[in-house]
Design a protein around this ligand. Sequence first.
Ligand code: ASP
Length: 420
Amino acid sequence: MRKLALHWKILIGMVLGVLFGVLLSLVSGGPDFIKDYIKPFGTIFINLLKLIAVPLILASLIKGVSDLKDISKLSQMGGRTILTYLATTLTAVTIGLILVNIIQPGKSISVETRNELVEAYATNTQEKQAVAAKQKEAGPLQALVDVVPSNVFLAASNNRNMLQVIFFALFFGIGMILIPSKKVKPVKKFFDSFNSIILKMIDLIMLAAPYGVFALLAALVVEAPSLELFQALALYAITLLLGLAIMIGVYIIIVRVYTNKKMNFFMKGIAPAQLLAFSTSSSAATLPVTMECVEENLGVDEEVASFVLPIGATINMDGTSVYQGVAAVFIAQAFGLDLSLSAQLGIVFTATLASIGTAAVPSAGIVMLVIVLAQAGIPEAGLALIFAIDRPLDMCRTIVNVTGDAAVSMIVGKSIGKLK
Ligand code: ASP
């Protein structure tokens, strides 16, 4: 076991977790045993990953930016990062919309199934609607206001405020670049070694990864909804999965064309982060591992990875973008609504913004979907249709979210000569 690469260990943990979950579902008291005695270890593992997220962003971004030496380098890298992220997000929504219009999975849902689903998940839908309503109440520039924290400690005290922490770290780093290097030396040294300690902590947490994902997947299996629901929604799930697979193909092609790195190199290098994204459904929780993979396996300079990845984990969600395109139109189809081209273009716009605003945590995508639906005039009760299978699909879209960040960091790295 010792010599086995991490992604294999994680994969074995996942398979064993699923088997264990299936096995114990068959035994009376088995599911309760998993909920009481196995699931908590999965939760502890996710907590450990989340615990490290804020210090990691602070340490790596401050170190990354202060290593840059001058501001023009920062704005060059920043501009490229944001533009590439925007381009991949738009591609993702478009792929989702094209597929859902061709396959038309919503048309296969019968009226009875639709009513059953809407009824079964009505309360969940209301909860998500309430959360989304709060976000909608805010003015158009609220998202911008939210980026700037009024108190750094408050910002750092909630993982959902990742963008605020990023803002502070960038601002702090810029301050460091602007004063003579002699003066900042002690602080720089502090953040350099702080960063090394955090990276070591991540190594330690990763030793527990195979066991953590075992616990997470075993718990997921015993808590999963019935197979019938899956069948009713199979075509929707297939459409979305196809879109996600195409998106991975897009990354492989752009990485190949732009950096000349082979598919195997890219996919093998990012595999541990993908497996963890699948198990945790959270790109924020996966961030520490994404960084490690991108720097150590994909050869992206630390300076680039520590800048591009934390930003990507918060604003670049291509998997979520494909999902929002597919899900919105699927729901419209299921309700017998025909969406005009302009309504669909509206979806491209709101889904792009929504995916930027989506928190990198499980089920965040479905909350933001409420806003996309409302904007396009699609009944929000339709959320209930897709609720049952949202979690497994969330796991899959998170893989794409993380892979997209890795691909973009390679491209930005290559463009400024920081890719090995
Ligand atoms: N779980 C996704 C992520 O963390 C967000 C989503 O729900 O789509 O990347």
